[in-house]
Ligand binder design. Structure first.
Ligand SMILES: Cc1cc2nc3c(=O)[nH]c(=O)nc-3n(C[C@H](O)[C@H](O)[C@H](O)COP(=O)(O)OP(=O)(O)OC[C@H]3O[C@@H](n4cnc5c(N)ncnc54)[C@H](O)[C@@H]3O)c2cc1C
Length: 362
């Protein structure tokens, strides 16, 4: 008979697998339960690590956590590459925030002025400076700013690497869905099931649908632009994430829906905005159109910590638009909590008890 694990993790997305890797590396016996590892939001995600461009009005605590996790990313990527022998596609070329029309630029500037006010590293550029940095931008683009510390990683490679690293460290993957927490027997259970966490915990985690496209540069070379490009094009919020493989991720819709259908209207809007910003994309191959479900919460921040009323159960979910950038800090905080029993002060704003007796979402 197998011994009872120290830690059972429900969900093998980036969050669950990173916790599994870190815990197993600390000598804990770990199992990870998931019928389809890596099939959640991470399969669709763009992989922007954007603590600055994703700093929104009224989200101070989340902004702080994004910065903390982004700062841990270079070390995390290097450790993971060494542990797994898989390159996760971490790139530090920076991000350009742009506006196509005068109205788009005003909208982009409203947000980056706020970000500058917080002391975050984002610098407005003259149109000529913008085009010097990224000649692939359309001449019509009115202006923009650069956030040099906003980087990117390939989420599919990340999950593949985390799976190898976790298993090499001794974690055991169990390919089965968990229908209720009573099915899992371990000293500590960690619910890291993305949107699946709502049914298991009653926490207000809801699906927020996002549709994305994947294009490929002609001839399978790298795209002609290096920065992540994000901003507005005729009122459409859009981002373009170029990878060394030749892939460009074009995203994303934000819809209060729980289905994963790809709609013609979304594809049309994403492609039009993408080609308006970078005309050469019209010559790229359209390789994939997919939709995923972000695990959203009422305050857009993750839910990390002990589940009230359930001794021995921790949650690490609700990462919404930020689960990739937040993977390192989430894994570190949860692992420390399990190993030492002491919550890091960083956790305080994100614990599940902040939702009080709020009714469950579904
Ligand atoms: C279109 C889109 C673009 C995005 N872009 C970015 C980005 O650029 N940067 C960024 O930081 N984040 C981005 N995100 C968000 C990011 O993908 C998520 O926050 C992240 O994937 C959450 O990780 P997770 O491990 O918690 O959940 P998921 O990745 O959703 O994985 C959850 C796992 O749990 C499993 N599971 C669910 N229920 C059960 C159950 N009952 N039993 C067992 N297993 C279960 C699923 O099979 C799945 O494998 C994006 C998301 C979308 C949809």
């Amino acid at each position: 008979m197998l011994t009872r694990p120290d830690v059972a993790i429900v969900g093998a997305g980036p969050v669950g697998l990173a916790i599994a890797w870190r815990c197993a590396s600390r000598g804990l016996r770990v199992t990870v339960h998931d019928p389809a590892p890596g099939s959640g939001a991470s399969h669709v995600a763009a992989g922007m690590l954007s603590p600055v461009a994703e700093a929104y009005f009224g989200e101070h605590e989340l902004t702080g956590l994004l910065a903390e996790s982004a700062a841990r990313w270079p070390r995390f990527a290097a450790d993971l590459a060494e542990a797994a022998g898989v390159d996760v596609g971490y790139r530090a070329d920076g991000t350009l925030v742009v506006g196509l029309t005068a109205d788009d630029l005003a909208e982009a500037r409203r947000l980056w002025s706020y970000q500058q006010g917080l002391g975050l590293p984002i610098t407005p550029l003259r149109p000529s400076e913008l085009r010097d940095r990224e000649p692939a931008l359309a001449p019509r683009v009115r202006g923009g700013a650069v956030a040099p510390g906003d980087h990117q990683v390939d989420p599919r490679r990340l999950v593949a690497a985390l799976r190898v690293a976790a298993e090499r460290a001794g974690a055991v993957l169990r390919p089965a869905r968990v229908g209720a927490l009573s099915e899992v027997d371990a000293r500590v259970t960690v619910v890291a099931a993305g949107c699946g966490a709502a049914a298991l915990t009653g926490l207000p985690v809801r699906p927020v649908k996002g549709q994305v496209l994947r294009l490929r540069a002609p001839g399978r070379g790298a795209p002609d632009f290096r920065h992540v490009i994000r901003g507005y094009a005729d009122g459409e919020s859009i981002y373009l994430v170029p990878r060394d493989s030749g892939e460009v991720v074009v995203g994303a819709t934000v819809e209060e829906r729980a289905d994963t259908e790809v709609t013609a209207g979304a594809v049309l809007r994403l492609l039009r905005a993408a080609v308006d910003l970078v005309p050469e994309l019209a010559e790229y191959e359209l390789v994939e159109a997919t939709a995923g479900l972000r695990p959203g919460t009422p305050d857009n921040a993750p839910v990390i910590g002990p589940l009230p009323g359930r001794p021995g159960v921790l949650v690490a979910t609700g990462h919404h638009r930020h689960g990739i950038v937040l993977t390192p800090v989430t894994a570190d905080l949860v692992t420390e909590l399990i190993v030492t029993g002491e919550p890091d002060p960083l956790l305080a704003p994100f614990t599940p008890d902040r939702f009080g007796k709020e009714p469950r979402w579904n």
